[in-house]
Design a protein around this ligand. Structure first.
Ligand SMILES: [Zn+2]
Length: 214
């Protein structure tokens, strides 16, 4: 099935592909290989296992490649998996910029192993995708999710995703990394109270790339 319409990212009239809202690799990882159980979708107050994926004809193939090359591919390689979590491994080797009772913060752009250009592109693309289109709801035939309202930021982010236009300084992205492994309380700072979980937060507000490759 093909569909010619306006691509939501480049705004050109082109043949659209059946685009994913969440990268397909996330659905794959959410499936429990041991039990064969699929991810649980919550929709209209009902939760159930599903093999469905949120997708629709939204982007042209060039823009699909652009989104993949500038964030998805890196994210796919480095996100948390049963066998490990390379982003957290990189954070564990680094010294936090700030230490609080319940979380620590890092300057992500200075940490080897973190590609903040890729992380910020992927993060912003996810918010923007939710704003650019009313995606079909899971397990609710005929219904669509509400758009995320980003106001004037929506167009700024589209231009950033399309051609690397500067992101306005009032837009920032906060990335939280939840621990894959629990840490000893003395590994961070012995004078700080240990919480049952440590929340690792990376501030990247001013680290958006000046340019991206397309
Ligand atoms: Zn396009």
């Amino acid at each position: 099935m093909t569909q010619v319409s306006q691509c939501k990212l480049c705004l050109l009239q082109k043949e659209l592909v059946n685009s994913h809202f969440l990268p397909a690799s996330i659905y794959k990882l959410c499936r429990d290989a041991a039990t064969g159980q699929n991810l649980i979708a919550v929709s209209q107050g009902v939760s159930k296992h599903t093999t469905d994926q949120i997708r629709d004809y939204v982007f042209c193939s060039d823009c699909e490649k652009r989104l993949n090359k500038n964030g998805e591919a890196w994210f796919h390689k480095n996100m948390a998996r049963p066998e490990g979590f390379t982003i957290q491994d990189a954070l564990e080797k680094a010294t936090p910029s700030m230490i609080y009772d319940s979380f620590v913060a890092y300057e992500g752009s200075k940490i080897p192993g973190l590609d903040m250009d890729q992380i910020s592109y992927f993060g912003l693309s996810m918010f923007w995708r939710a704003a650019a289109h009313r995606w079909p709801a899971l397990n609710a035939p005929g219904l669509r999710m509400e758009r995320l309202l980003l106001g004037p930021c929506k167009e700024s982010i589209r231009l950033f995703l399309l051609n690397g236009a500067p992101v306005p300084p009032h837009i920032s992205l906060l990335i939280s990394v939840w621990p894959y492994k629990k840490k000893n309380r003395h590994q961070w700072c012995s004078t700080h109270r240990w919480e049952s979980e440590i929340k690792i937060v990376t501030h990247i507000g001013s680290t958006f790339p000046a340019s991206i490759s397309n």
